[in-house]
Design a protein around this ligand. Sequence first.
Ligand code: PBG
Length: 328
Amino acid sequence: MIRPRRNRRTPAIRSMVRETTLSPADFILPLFLHEDDADTPIDSMPGVTRWSLDSLVREAGEAHALGIPAVVLFPKIEEALKTADAAECHNDAGLVPRAIRRLKQAHPTLCVITDVALDPYNSDGHDGLVRRDERGSLTILNDETVEILCRQALCHARAGADIVAPSDMMDGRVGAIREALDSEDFTDVSIMSYTAKYASAFYGPFRGALDSAPKEGDKKTYQMDPGNIREALRETLLDEAEGADMLMVKPAGIYLDVIAKVRETSTLPVAAYQVSGEYLMIKSAAAAGWLDERAAVLESLTAIKRAGASVILTYFARQAAGWLASAS
Ligand code: PBG
């Protein structure tokens, strides 16, 4: 009789036939920062902190020492610096460029990734520039936004970013950013494109962390409809043609089918973002004693990798890297 259970009989046999394994090199750690000497716990994301620059550098160093190759930066910008043209996003003396320089100086081998989008800088809280017509209805301007995103990407490149990650979902931004980077000799700066970023309820806790929720309207005219997957493949083909180096699917755990399809459709590496709401679901269930946190986290990350992700952006990166180091 054929008995599949023989391959599950002992830990040794299971470890030989395991198809997907995790390592700290699979993780990108998202880090929040602000213009303040104190570190602030983020209410909407228990266990996650908004760091001062000094602490950010320390935190990134500790993560890197655990084998995590990269961090991605999310700034909370002071209300007074937010404007309708989001000009602070390309200020060379701004918070993000200063953080990049400090990180690269302290940890030269750490890969520093930046988020390219206007929402933390925009008084409207949208990822793009907003126009309001006489009747008060909002339009998110595409091409005008792309111009500013190019300036933002160049500002991050000048500060030393290794990878810029446009999370705005405007059309044509990958090609435009590639051209802008190349024209200023930043041919080695990579683009990790948020290829299939869905208009998801699971970003709620993140927007609380940065005070970056849209003041009016929603993001459905640029982020994707959760019901669509063929559209994700259309975005995949476009990002590839426009010169993206890596693609991303976001959220991750509830979009495993999209990860698998994007992976099949492109030869580019696929990243997946386990977003704040996914983090919070596990974290709060574990805090209530209803889930085994370690087991649930490692299982969720394994599933994302099994679906086809080469790398995972996750708020659990540090914890998971620690667990993997002590895994039996
Ligand atoms: C904004 C951005 C968002 C996230 C990453 N970049 C929020 C949004 O699009 O509203 C969400 C990350 C998370 O929920 O963990 N450009």
